[in-house]
Design a protein. Structure first.
Length: 104
């Protein structure tokens, strides 16, 4: 058994290629950090989900796909729900975990 080290738990700045089976396409994600899953001010659960998506979904070079959360909200539902699900899976957030994050 090995000791858990700081470098094991720090989020990487390097994007990771992630295949979305249902869409048969891939995206790049950056790891979210704990603070990314906390609501800010009067933010709704929906706002939080899209802010998490805006922070995690990036281009291959690590730059943001969306310029802001409002742009993320303009995506077609038939695609974005699968991307949000993939983002949650990539970041190790279960469906029940996502519900808990959105409640708090």
């Amino acid at each position: 058994m090995q000791e858990l080290l700081l470098e094991d738990v720090l989020a990487s700045e390097k994007p990771t290629k992630h295949h979305i089976d249902k869409l048969d396409k891939y995206v790049y994600f950056k790891e979210l950090v704990a603070g990314d899953t906390e609501k800010k001010g009067n933010e709704t659960a929906n706002d939080l989900t899209y802010r998490m998506l805006q922070k995690s979904w990036v281009k291959e070079d690590g730059t943001a796909v969306f310029k802001d959360v409002q742009q993320a909200k303009l995506c077609k539902v038939k695609y974005i729900t699968d991307v949000i699900g993939a983002m949650s899976d990539f970041n190790g957030i279960s469906e029940s975990g996502m519900e808990e994050i959105e409640k708090n």
